[in-house]
Design a protein around this ligand. Sequence first.
Ligand SMILES: [Ca+2]
Ligand SMILES: [Ca+2]
Length: 250
Amino acid sequence: MVNNISRILLSASLFTLSTTANASLITNGSFEQLAFNDNTQVVGAANNTNLASYQSMGSAWDVFYTLPGWVTTAGSGIELQKNVVTQSQDGATHVELDSDMKSAANTVMSQSLTSLTVGADYLLEFFYKPRTNAINDNGVQVFWYDSGTSFDQNMAAKFIVDGTKNITPSWVKQSVVLTAQAETMDISFGAFGMKNSFGGLIDNVSLVQVSNAKVSDIPEPSIFALSLLGFGLLVRRHTKRTKNKVLAGK
Ligand SMILES: [Ca+2]
Ligand SMILES: [Ca+2]
């Protein structure tokens, strides 16, 4: 029975996967959202630019503690750029995390992802472009951890990209597969290297589920509970059939 239930589970989860395969789980992955759902107004710490006014500006840059979907978890804030260093890979805006503040600091921005499937794989993709020709100046690290854990600069990065503009003059797609260890995971992007207000540029971040948890990864108590449920359904069906037979006088 467990085998049958496993097959049903697998079919059900494959169906779910096929219907959600293309939906990115990242909020504001292209950094184009200039308004919060609750209408919170935010102003940049460097130039006092209201986030909403990016819409009408031909070019702009400022440093924000929060953007829709993203929050600063280390450093001085997220630098949102529009047509000042380069065109964006997607849309009109992108971010840089070696932010231009009086004391330039390598910033970490984070987002929580909920309702993940423990044990399932997720493909993270984003576009990266190094701003300068200097070595050790444009690095970006990706961290992925259970939301119950606070971000820590000493965490091991799940992915690292670094480069220089002369060798990598255009946006390049980066990809890494991440496995969910909890239903709610945090993803963080952090700049590393020289803190000089010039760093790696990031745009078009997406995260999609690419595999289910293996049936063998489902905790045994769940299979046992499902077995009981299946057994209960069979008993109910059998009882109903017997009752119908009795009513029909068979
Ligand atoms: Ca964008
Ligand atoms: Ca730098």
